[in-house]
Design a binder for this molecule. Structure first.
Ligand SMILES: [Fe+2]
Ligand SMILES: [Fe+2]
Length: 247
């Protein structure tokens, strides 16, 4: 069901049921201060009336969820590298930053509340922390060092200018480092996938637990696409461009 249909059924459905059906709605409810976990057994209309929240604004935000998924097939392989970098930063880096701030909270909360009965959520929390810390530094290195150098190459290539070799010797060195960090993040994500039984929450899981697993699954799929664009398209082309320019 898409969120438009979900909105039509809002009259009868509880906020908790809406989150269970579409975990992305949790983000919207959280933004408006609408409780969806333990106090989620009320309809959206009731909770908005009770708390003085503009239901139209909530509905608009829920509707926009369907527009956030980029389903268009792009031919990234034919894009100029500076356009590809813009896309990586604006789509994937900004997604990671937003997702991490939610996952920080959900992973800690679930580990704290359910860690005794389900010790795997504590392990998931530790793997997640490692990924979050590494990715934050990793994206900073890409944005501060590697990507600006690739942009300089693109400009030199476009206008037939000479390229000054970078202070780090060659683009291959930061790329080697980024690729090994991708492996490390991918391995930690794989451990989370196994520990969470392929992101399947147990029967008794509360909504926060379910949202955590669904969000981790979404995070994994974004990470795969993000790493694919860098490892398979951007990096080899940047190495080739540098070789051509310094020839
Ligand atoms: Fe990246
Ligand atoms: Fe990367």
């Amino acid at each position: 069901m898409d969120s438009k249909e979900a909105i039509e059924e809002m009259d009868t459905k509880t906020v908790g049921e809406m989150v269970a059906e579409d975990y992305r709605t949790a983000e919207v409810f959280k933004k408006f201060g609408i409780e969806f976990c333990c106090g989620g057994k009320v309809t959206l209309e009731n909770t908005c009336q009770k708390r003085g929240i503009d239901i139209n604004a909530v509905q608009d935000a829920l509707e926009s969820l369907d527009n956030q998924v980029d389903t268009s097939a792009h031919d990234y392989n034919n894009w100029e590298l500076d356009k590809l970098i813009d896309h990586i930063v604006n789509t994937h880096h900004s997604y990671v930053n937003a997702a991490l701030s939610q996952l920080d909270e959900y992973s800690a909360k679930v580990a704290k509340v359910h860690g005794n009965g389900n010790p795997e959520v504590v392990e998931i929390y530790h793997h997640y922390q490692a990924i979050a810390n590494e990715l934050r530094m990793h994206m900073h290195k890409e944005e501060a060092i590697l990507f600006p150098y690739i942009r300089t190459m693109v400009v030199a290539n476009r206008y037939g200018e000479a390229l000054t070799p970078p202070p780090f010797g060659s683009v291959k060195f930061p790329i080697d480092m980024m690729e090994s960090e991708h492996v490390s993040a991918g391995n930690a994500m794989e451990s989370i996938k196994q520990l969470s039984n392929d992101f399947s929450p147990p029967e008794h899981a509360c909504n926060t637990y379910r949202v955590l697993y669904a969000k981790l699954q979404e995070f994994e799929s974004d990470l795969h696409q993000h790493i694919h664009l860098e490892n398979n398209i951007l990096f080899p082309k940047a190495i080739q461009m540098e070789t051509d320019l310094l020839r």
